[in-house]
Design a protein around this ligand. Structure first.
Ligand code: XIL
Length: 378
């Protein structure tokens, strides 16, 4: 009897511990809703910081390489591919039961120098076909999804000027999906861009998706990057976009979510990696720490977003944060170098922030969430 009682006590304390653990794990808390991803960089792949690794595997079940699958890394010189880091990432993700969203096959930025220098259409066409075919073939059964084309649009919904538009023409988007589908028929194929929640740019994205579909080519989803500012999270536009994109029969993803708390030195809200502004101390107000009022505002912004995502969870496949901790965010150096930003869910010591706790609390009643998350790679 005493033994049974002891067992019972132990069992309940064990289940309590695992319940607490589940409650505090993002990926478990949202396991019935959507994947929870993070961007990873070389240091995470090389596991240079065990604490960072711990946070990553505890909270996330999807990864997007922040830089290492971009063309300048994968094909630094014409015909010379370097798959070392990408292969490591794919192996590591498999060991950890995380899905990989590969990013990005065709993008005007972070192109190798040899492509930037190209003058004639034939060379660009050759790169385009060779790069897509070689890379997508290598990872065909290893990555869950590809951002096939990244950022092909201007703010007004027209096609962005790029070497691909210039040398291949408007059809380059459809072509990229067609080539990827041909060599990687099982991989999910996405179009990814920033500000496509904005009405004009959204209309451009809808036009592209329809063009791809009309050509009989598969597109599985659209990625809204989600680089927003704490003073301007366009909730209505986001909701309208979820509905309009989903109506086309594609999954909606939030692929690079981060919320800047710093003033925007640019004239427009953009996530154009080519945009830059000079350092100015007034543009870096929280170098000594983030006031509680802003911390709370950030937490409320995240909470509102996730409440919206949950409302439309049947249409949303994944929500990916663009990094794990504030220390690693690209927003410390873009669009101004050397600022101190606080856009993510974990602070510089890798401790969960108010935003994290509020997200967990949205779904406090997770008694039905039993066991760990099992994401199945096809
Ligand atoms: C950014 C990375 O975070 C930086 O480390 C890099 O220097 C530039 O690119 N849109 C995208 C991402 O699709 O690939 C960009 O990532 C951020 C904007």
């Amino acid at each position: 009897m005493a033994f049974a009682a002891l067992l019972l006590t132990n069992c309940s304390s064990i289940s309590k511990t695992s319940e607490t653990k589940q409650l505090s794990n993002l990926k478990d808390v949202f396991k019935d809703d959507f994947l929870i991803g993070t961007a990873v960089n070389v240091n995470q792949i090389q596991e240079t910081n065990p604490q960072l690794t711990e946070v990553e595997v505890t909270h996330f079940n999807a990864v997007t390489p922040e830089n290492i699958m971009k063309a300048e890394v994968l094909q630094p010189e014409k015909g010379r591919y370097d798959f070392e880091m990408a292969d490591q990432l794919v192996d590591l993700a498999k060991q950890r039961n995380m899905v990989v969203n590969a990013h990005a096959l065709i993008w005007h930025s972070q192109l190798p120098d040899f492509v930037r220098r190209m003058k004639d259409a034939d060379s660009v066409r050759h790169f385009f076909k060779d790069h897509i075919t070689t890379v997508a073939t290598r990872y065909k059964d290893k990555v869950y999804s590809w951002d096939v084309v990244n950022e092909a649009l201007n703010e007004d919904g027209t096609m962005r000027k790029s070497i691909f538009l210039d040398k291949i023409g408007e059809d380059f988007v459809v072509e990229a999906f067609k080539l990827t589908q041909a060599v990687s028929p099982e991989t999910k194929l996405y179009y990814n861009d920033y500000n496509i929640e904005q009405p004009k740019k959204r209309a451009g994205a809808i036009r592209l998706i329809k063009q791809i579909q009309a050509a009989g080519v598969r597109i599985d989803g659209v990625g809204i990057q989600g680089h927003w500012n704490v003073n301007n999270i366009p909730m209505k536009d986001i909701e309208d976009s979820i509905l309009e994109f989903a109506a086309l029969g594609v999954d909606v993803m939030f692929t690079e979510l981060d919320i800047s708390v710093l003033p925007n030195p640019l004239n427009e809200s953009t996530a154009d990696v080519g945009a830059h502004a000079e350092y100015d101390a007034r543009m870096n107000p929280y170098a000594g720490g983030l006031p509680d009022s802003v911390q709370n505002k950030l937490a409320n912004g995240y909470e509102s977003l996730f409440r919206l995502f949950l409302k439309h969870k049947d249409k949303i496949g994944r929500v990916t944060l663009w990094g794990v901790s504030d220390a690693d965010s690209w927003l410390n150096d873009w669009p101004v170098r050397g600022r101190t930003n606080y856009p993510l869910l974990f602070d510089r010591e890798l401790k969960p922030k108010a935003a994290f706790h509020q997200l967990i609390n949205i779904k406090k009643d997770v008694s039905s969430n039993q066991g760990t998350n099992h994401v199945q790679l096809k």
